[in-house]
Design a protein. Structure first.
Length: 345
């Protein structure tokens, strides 16, 4: 199999990023305030669209987890259609609509055949403008969340991530909960009215951006996006979070009845716009981001035999109001209980 493809690989003299840079990114802002970034790709008659707005878990105020829960309930479908009926409509057109959320942003991802791009926009607008928010769906998602909680807190890897995030950001409440999970007490205490009220205060049309990659011409979709009516309410677009200088100079122990120790070592890192960003990214790849070829793996697992799994990850910060806040790095390691101290050292 390798020999079959090797001639074309050898003939490909340009680097991958040189090919990517050939794609011209066009930008325009519509009358409704939506900002559009467009890349034209002619090889296949498909589209990928990412509708992004700068709202995330840091906008939750006092109910950690309501943002992600609201998006999950939103995805159950618009008024007048059951989740199954809405899914079948998308499936018939070969479309997919997914939601993702983070600390400071939320995206709706759409993809399918270019012939049905306008249909995808119509479905998205229907979903956002007229969410069903049914009581039965709300109760079902709460039950699913409760099940995820019970399973999650039996998983030492999840527990270590949950608490390391809480401890590291303990002085910055908007960042202290995992954006896709929240705090258990807050989510289980949500009411359907809480979700509806949060949703109506969520959107501000001037903060929407759309990234489109397709073989379509701009003239084929610009008018439709121009007429999209997405906002449900008006809200200031700027969020202010005071982030102190982080020091993770303490050791926190979470007791579980398990045979292994799961270690998380968290430290401050550099921002994505820092001049040494590229160097840090490469250094992390060498240090712990390249699986079995990393130095951490060779030192901790291969040489010392202290761990089956060890790696490092750098989060280069959270975008907020044109700035980047709270970058951090995490070294993760699983080891036997009696080897935990040596592995940590």
């Amino acid at each position: 199999m390798l020999e079959r493809f090797s001639p074309s690989i050898l003939a490909w003299k340009r680097k991958p990023w040189e090919c990517l840079m050939e794609s011209e990114v066009k930008f325009f802002e519509l009358k409704n305030g939506i900002k559009v970034h467009y890349v034209k790709k002619d090889k296949l008659p498909i589209f990928y669209a990412n509708v992004l707005f700068n709202r995330g878990s840091i906008d939750e105020q006092d109910k950690r987890g309501i943002h992600n829960f609201t998006l999950r309930l939103l995805a159950e479908g618009p008024e007048g259609k059951s989740p199954v009926e809405f899914s079948k409509e998308l499936e018939k057109l070969g479309l997919r609509i997914k939601t993702r959320s983070g600390y400071s942003f939320t995206t709706f991802e759409l993809d399918g055949l270019s012939d049905f791009f306008l249909d995808a926009l119509i479905k998205l607008e229907e979903l956002i403008r007229k969410p069903a928010f049914r009581e039965e769906d709300f109760k079902r998602l709460k039950d699913q969340y409760f099940t995820a909680v019970k399973l999650g807190f039996q998983d030492p890897e999840f527990v270590s991530s949950y608490f390391s995030n809480m401890f590291y950001f303990k002085d910055v409440p908007p960042l202290s909960a995992l954006p896709d999970f929240g705090f258990v007490r807050d989510v289980l205490g949500l009411t359907l009215e809480d979700v509806k009220n949060y949703y109506t205060s969520l959107y501000d049309n001037s903060n929407f951006s759309v990234v489109i990659v397709s073989n379509l011409e701009i003239s084929e979709f610009k008018e439709k996006i121009e007429n999209l009516n997405l906002p449900l309410g008006q809200r200031s677009s700027r969020r202010f979070i005071e982030v102190p200088e982080f020091k993770f100079d303490k050791v926190y122990i979470v007791n579980m009845d398990i045979e292994q120790a799961h270690l998380k070592i968290v430290n401050p890192a550099v921002k994505r716009n820092d001049p040494i960003y590229g160097a840090v990214k490469v250094a992390n790849f060498i240090w712990g981001g390249s699986d079995f070829s990393s130095r951490l793996m060779k030192m901790v697992r291969v040489k010392e035999g202290l761990s089956y799994s060890v790696n490092s990850v750098v989060n280069f910060g959270i975008p907020l109001n044109g700035d980047i806040i709270a970058p951090y790095s995490v070294i993760s390691c699983e080891t036997e209980l009696n080897k935990a101290r040596k592995a940590f050292d």
